[in-house]
Design a protein around this ligand. Structure first.
Ligand code: SF4
Ligand code: SF4
Length: 179
């Protein structure tokens, strides 16, 4: 049902705007004084001492999972980079010494300034090599270069994965098992 809003007819005083402008200044001044002297009414979070809890669906930064022997699980198949809508994953592949593994990434880099944290890379990965479940917020930095997360950085917050190569799980392993 449509809501009927009553309109205030403009009179000379309103159309001159002087009184309305002064009323506006009064409201802003009142709010300013209230914020200065009545901090309990100010909805300000005193970060970093105070932190608001994240939503339950917050996933956090990417991490690269490891094999049992500590090597990165990534086989440099490029599926995550292909699926990434922000085009922010850079991978350089090399031949692995183990013929069962075939390839591994000599360079795996995510530009966190371009990433939109959509999770497509995690969904595209066939071997549980990349996850977005660390719960770690991206930190600010002084340079753009520091926002490029490399393979060691991504593995540092990774964990061994018990997924079978190819994406099949032996048991439920999703969700921050590195913390
Ligand atoms: S979360 Fe999305 S934007 Fe970020 S690297 Fe993965 S696919 Fe790309
Ligand atoms: S999809 Fe998985 S295995 Fe393939 S390159 Fe990306 S992280 Fe590595």
């Amino acid at each position: 049902m449509a809501k009927v809003v009553s309109r205030i007819e403009p009179d000379f005083a309103r159309q001159a705007y002087v009184v309305e402008a002064l009323k506006g200044v009064g409201i802003v001044t009142r709010q300013f004084v209230r914020n200065i002297f009545g901090r309990k009414d100010t909805p300000t979070v005193q970060y970093p001492e105070e932190r608001k809890p994240y939503a339950a669906r917050f996933r956090g930064r990417h991490r690269l999972m490891r094999r049992d022997d500590g090597q990165v699980r990534c086989v440099a198949c490029m599926l995550c980079a292909t699926a990434c809508p922000a085009n922010c994953i850079g991978i350089v592949a090399a031949e692995h010494g183990n013929p069962d593994i075939e390839k591994y990434p000599t360079r795996f880099e995510i530009d966190l300034l371009k990433c939109i944290y959509c999770g497509f890379c995690e969904e595209a990965c066939p071997c549980d090599a990349i996850r977005l479940d660390s719960g770690i917020h991206s930190v600010p930095s002084m340079t753009r270069r520091d926002q490029k997360a490399g393979v060691l950085n991504l593995m540092a917050i990774g964990a061994p994965s018990i997924a079978m190569q190819g994406g099949e799980f032996k048991a439920e392993s999703h969700g921050g098992d590195s913390h």
